[in-house]
Design a protein around this ligand. Structure first.
Ligand code: ZN
Length: 696
């Protein structure tokens, strides 16, 4: 949980309960995969004409027309907090992963990545051994916390925790230097809160919700501390200390909206400057403990770190100990006996997000495999589940989308030729990645076995952290991936100016080699457009063709951009998601710019494909003109139910607007939509000309 992956801009986020380790990172083959039979997978999420609700009107309620019936018939399952097209495909990835992991676990002679996956899975499923161990695996760590007395002790403990791959209070990881994207530096980043964001500590929230969550949190902390043998009265006292500690940290933390500003993500300091800011936490010792040599790094939120330093000096050791204990136990809970994991589930999933039941054990163990060795699993996954011809077809689509974007950039009427030339330079610099890495990362040096789940997880966390740290000061490896191939998602990385599409998203409703072009352009076409447009959203547009944080805009053009984006902010601010709570147009601006531009680019590319085929878009497939099917599939991608609690957390933290507003937001700004459905001025899906937003 400690690598700041802030700059990846994924299409949609999946909020997994914070796990103790970092996601796997990318390089090279190993392993004889056990020859497993391809698993029978759960159903696809493809659009079907029978999903349409003839009782609804596309021009007034497009989301209801396409998704209403499906949403009513597909409530969130008890062991989930959301359910839609992404989750349905994710179930397929998970089923495939299970077959791979079970085969690897059953193969005593497995080597390389198959052994790694098999060891993690087999020990994770050995519940008898895990239950018998109780709290024993974390006792030595708890004993070390008990012995902390001085600020210097605490600083030393934190250094060692980071070196072991378990950071506390803040996050630290390697990422490309904003100002010189060809090399990696260290980034220290605000973190350390148990609740979703600062407001949960500092405000009462709608209907007193945050206050109630804080009260439930204190009870959770007390119970979790009692699970390691602390007496109830003492546990209650420590729980109150934990809340006080985190509240102070929250006060010094930036909000999710503030964190969107790249200026709030990057603050380069020399070692001497850093030490001056945090005199009780010498950074040179921290770097040394982590095996890194550097002249400087990004101390990304100076105010947060100044407060952290004051807390080292001022907060009594007992309060630090309570905080560190809780984070150790909650962080390790998924790998310990049920009482730890159940307690963690009860607060973070049930109370906070409305998840009624735990996922089955095997899915939770697969989450661990994904989080610790996702790319190792992916190496086995693509062999069996990714048809190579999909990659070739995707390349053609990506190319068509790129050409359509080029034409739109050239035709922009609000931008000076000067800025436009830079936008074109950026366009020429896009790197697409499709399916899986050309080069697999190496796991050489990581030793796992069949003895202990906790030992395997700790070994992997330490190994992954060292792998990350080794990149600091080195040139960026442009072949690296930030997501595993079995992830149903896609991303743009502004520091590499790259768009990335893992294998698992290349399925219906996104992509189907057998579907009509309208569906593919309205699905994966719009996703490709979306990812490219992140290069020109409120954040991405501050990075240049080489991925450097560098202003390439004239002042007047930037103002023109901001006038347009302000109107998009207003459009989304006006949407009411639940119980009178509005979407946050500022928090979701980047995604909404990407959706709007992406869908327009996809539409242009689709029109060109029709023209090349000598077609009009009026030919009917399954009873509907192809032009309508383009928008049907866009909405199908964005069908998703949430538990009310999950939706409320996301309104505060997720930079993506709730799915039903993504289904209608971009189309409501497109004359092409009105034309495809014969909508009239005044219809809800037709914004008046002076309210319509076109940015790219
Ligand atoms: Zn996005």
């Amino acid at each position: 949980m400690n690598a700041p992956k802030l700059l990846l801009l994924p299409l949609s986020i999946t909020l997994v309960l914070a796990a103790c380790q970092k996601p796997g990172e990318p390089a090279k083959p190993a392993a004889s995969a056990a020859p497993a039979a391809t698993a029978a997978l759960p159903p696809l999420a493809a659009f079907k004409t029978s999903d349409l609700d003839p009782g609804k009107n596309a021009c007034s309620d497009f989301a209801g027309y396409v998704n209403g019936k499906w949403l009513a018939a597909n409530p969130v399952p008890a062991d989930k907090t959301s359910w839609g097209s992404f989750e349905m495909l994710d179930e397929r990835s998970v089923a495939a992963s299970r077959a791979i992991a079970e085969a690897a676990a059953a193969d005593a002679k497995a080597t390389g990545v198959a052994k790694l996956v098999g060891d993690l899975y087999a020990t994770g499923m050995d519940t008898a051994k895990i239950e018998a161990a109780g709290a024993a695996p974390i006792q030595p760590m708890l004993a070390r916390i008990d012995a902390l007395k001085t600020p210097a002790d605490i600083a030393a403990y934190l250094r060692d925790e980071f070196a072991a791959g378990r950071g506390e209070v803040f996050a630290f990881g390697a990422e490309a230097d904003f100002k010189d994207s060809s090399r990696k530096i260290g980034y220290a980043f605000q973190s350390g809160l148990s609740l979703p964001e600062r407001a949960y500590y500092l405000e009462d929230g709608p209907d007193g919700k945050y206050k109630a969550i804080r009260e439930a949190f204190v009870k959770h902390v007390s119970r979790q501390l009692q699970n390691v043998g602390i007496a109830p009265a003492e546990a209650d006292k420590q729980a109150a200390d934990v809340l006080a500690f985190e509240t102070r940290l929250a006060r010094a933390s930036l909000s999710p909206v503030e964190l969107r500003d790249p200026n709030n993500q990057y603050h380069y300091v020399t070692m001497a400057e850093a030490d001056k800011l945090t005199p009780h936490f010498p950074w040179s010792a921290f770097f040394q403990a982590n095996g890194v040599q550097a002249d400087g790094f990004s101390l990304s939120q100076p105010k947060f770190f100044a407060e952290f330093d004051k807390m080292l000096a001022e907060v009594p050791a007992a309060q630090w100990q309570a905080y560190l204990r809780l984070h150790l136990i909650d962080g390790m809970a998924p790998y310990l006996a049920d009482k730890f994991n159940d307690e963690r589930f009860d607060f973070y999933a049930r109370t906070l997000r409305g998840q009624q039941e735990q996922k089955p054990r095997w899915k939770r163990v697969l989450d661990t495999v994904e989080n610790t060795a996702g790319e190792a699993l992916g190496q086995l996954y693509v062999k069996q589940y990714f048809p190579p011809q999909s990659k070739a077809q995707m390349q053609v689509l990506v190319d068509n989308l790129r050409q359509a974007l080029k034409a739109r950039l050239e035709a922009l009427d609000w931008m000076s030729p000067e800025t436009k030339a830079k936008a074109m330079e950026k366009w020429a610099g896009f790197t697409p990645k499709i399916g899986y890495p050309d080069k697999w990362r190496s796991w050489e040096g990581l030793t796992t076995g069949r003895e202990s789940y906790v030992q395997n997880v700790l070994a992997a966390a330490k190994f992954n952290h060292a792998y990350d740290m080794a990149k600091i000061g080195k040139p960026v490896d442009r072949s690296e991936w930030g997501m595993s191939p079995q992830t149903v998602n896609a991303y743009y990385n502004p520091l590499m100016n790259e768009i990335v599409f893992p294998a698992a998203i290349l399925q219906p409703p996104f992509f189907d080699p057998k579907a009509d072009p309208a569906l593919n352009y309205g699905g994966i076409g719009a996703v490709i457009g979306h990812e490219m447009l992140h290069g020109y959203d409120d954040q991405g547009s501050q990075f240049d063709a080489r991925g450097n944080f560098n202003n390439w805009w004239t002042k007047a053009d930037r103002e023109g951009f901001q006038q347009r984006t302000a109107r998009l902010v207003q459009q989304f601010n006006d949407y009411v998601a639940i119980d009178g709570l509005h979407v946050n147009g500022e928090l979701t601006l980047g995604e909404n710019i990407a959706d709007l531009g992406g869908l327009n680019v996809a539409w242009d590319a689709y029109q060109k494909a029709l023209k090349d085929a000598g077609k009009s878009g009026q030919d009917k497939v399954d009873g509907h003109p192809e032009d309508q099917r383009f928008f049907f599939n866009w909405a199908t991608v964005w069908r998703r139910n949430f538990t009310p609690d999950e939706l409320k957390v996301r309104l505060r933290t997720d930079p993506h607007a709730p799915a039903n507003f993504r289904a209608i937001g971009a189309p409501s700004n497109m004359p092409a939509f009105a034309q495809a459905f014969g909508c009239k001025p005044g219809d809800a899906m037709v914004r008046p000309a002076d309210k319509r937003v076109v940015i790219w």
